[in-house]
Design a protein around this ligand. Sequence first.
Ligand code: ADP
Length: 653
Amino acid sequence: LPVPIVEGYQNLKEQIEMSQKTHEFQTEAKELLNLMIHSLYSHREIFLRELISNASDAIDKLKYEAITNTDLAYKEENLEIRLIPDQQKRTLTIRDTGIGMTQEEVIENIGRIARSGTKEFLKKRQELKDSPELIGQFGVGFYSAFMVADKVTLHTQKVGTQEGVLWESDANGTYTIDQSPRPEGHGTTITLHLKEPSKDEDETSQDFTEQFTLRGLVKKYSDFIAHPIKLNVTREEEKDGKKEFIVEDETLNSQKALWLRAASEISKEEYAQFYQHISHDWSEPLKTVHFKAEGVIEFTSLLYIPSQKPFNYDYRDFKRGLQLYVKRVFIMDECEELIPPYLRFMKGLIDSSDLTLNVSREMLQKDHQAARMRKAVTNKIFGSLKEMLQNQREDYVKFWNLFGPTLKEAIPTDPAVKDKVQDLLLFRSSHSNESTTLKEYVERMKPDQKSIYFLTGDSLDQLKQSPYLEQIYAKGYEVIFMTDHIDEWVGTQLGEYDGKKLLSASSEDLELESEEEKKSKEEEKKADEQRLKPLLENLQSALEENVREIKLSDRLTESPVCLVSASTGPSAHMERMMEAMGQKLPPMKRVLEINSKHPLFESMLGLSPEKQKEWAEVLYDQALLNEGGTVSNPQRFAKKMSDIMISASKSFQ
Ligand code: ADP
């Protein structure tokens, strides 16, 4: 068999051994490597995150093995990940004191692409060729080294063995593997022979041998890795007028995976510091929610409710979402998939043990794990809010004033959580100046009261005085006032609470009277109708364009008129809001209710039909003003009022 002559190898035996040491990469691995080397230019820096994460895992594995295998002695103070840049040789070495690998393990782990990614990768091969940046979605891990290096050397030794393994590849489809003792003992050293930055790179090229670059990348991606990431740094110092270079060890990461510590061991200050770190807010959080989910999905979450609104909260550029970590490695910021929009005020993070390090936003959108995490986080937050409402009412009111309108969005947008959220709602009501929950409202309901009454409008003062409430007040019933924009939807979507219908005080049927009461009033109403008939008919024809019907009112005791909508249709407030947003609803004719006991109608009966028609318009405008609306033609309204005043003044002379 002809054996290729390899330079430096003296005899045939050695040459044969050498060729045996050369292995082919698995086909998919070859393809993946090719893509990585030749087509992927953006996000190259993530290679460091990947390699540090592997090193950290290796240290974790060693610690875990040592629990059951007492032969595996290691020194805690030796556990570290070290970055060794060499600017002359243009190499970066990442060295760990972890568990290491045997030769079989190297072939198994490094010769193939990560098992989880293989199948997906094969499916998407073509897609990837067109957009190689999607590569990050796959379990590329170790291979990402080839994004920045054209040759990689891996020197590893499994704990408890004496044989080191030297692996090397320039990614041309083969790798070599050799035995070579590792002077440092167990652990892994990966040396990257860095590529010259190519001209067509679309990213400002970074120098991965620079202290400054490495420090920044560790802070950005690996700060909370639990093991120290060390770097030898050189610093200039002036001593007696002479410059001196001082070389010392620097630990680049804070190692504070605060969220992984037991809540009982974390002080309020530590929680607050961490909040400030991730939120860029200087105030203390209003509430901290720290929990660990175990079972179908495993993750730890540390969440905060801010005590003030972020400055850009109400603007478009406000970004919601949590930070996502996978096994302590920072993956991405502002991860929207982890929290529903109506909880967008929450700050914090999730650290998952189930997701892969290469998880992308696109993957998260479809990922079941992410959906489950979102659900678990949502429920946990609801639980904390409920507890806060019960035990720290003052804080809860503070929260509510800041973020209540946001949380309320859950009612019209997410029916699945309605049951939980409805008990977290606070409202102002006619009962007192304090806010009330629906539960508290129901507890105060009168024995004969069937529905929960609410009224929407722009301001509390205006609502309190509303003529719609006259009869409801007369009954001694309480009314909920809703002044947030979203309330209109909340009111209708809630539908009912605790078996009681939520009824807008401006809807047609207020269900205020019992059957007997209705009957006994029936006679009286009929008589009134008969008496006012000519006037009512005249008003109806005068206002034909504006109102659907003219009816005698059960709700008014003091005001002469009001307009009401069908209980199923949009209220006047809703129509005005939609109009303000540029979405004019098709005009809905409403019912004009008339207070037949009001003396005005008695006197109007005596007027000529023409005068009655003229006044009809003023009555209608009055009704509009009463509900907080505007009249369509203010000049005309004012003129008519003056005319009426002139003629009225004549009767006083
Ligand atoms: P992943 O980390 O997603 O499994 P990688 O390609 O990054 O995929 O690594 C493949 C495997 O190689 C790892 O699962 C691990 O078993 C092994 N490995 C990688 N780096 C190291 C290291 N520094 N020390 C020990 N084992 C390692």
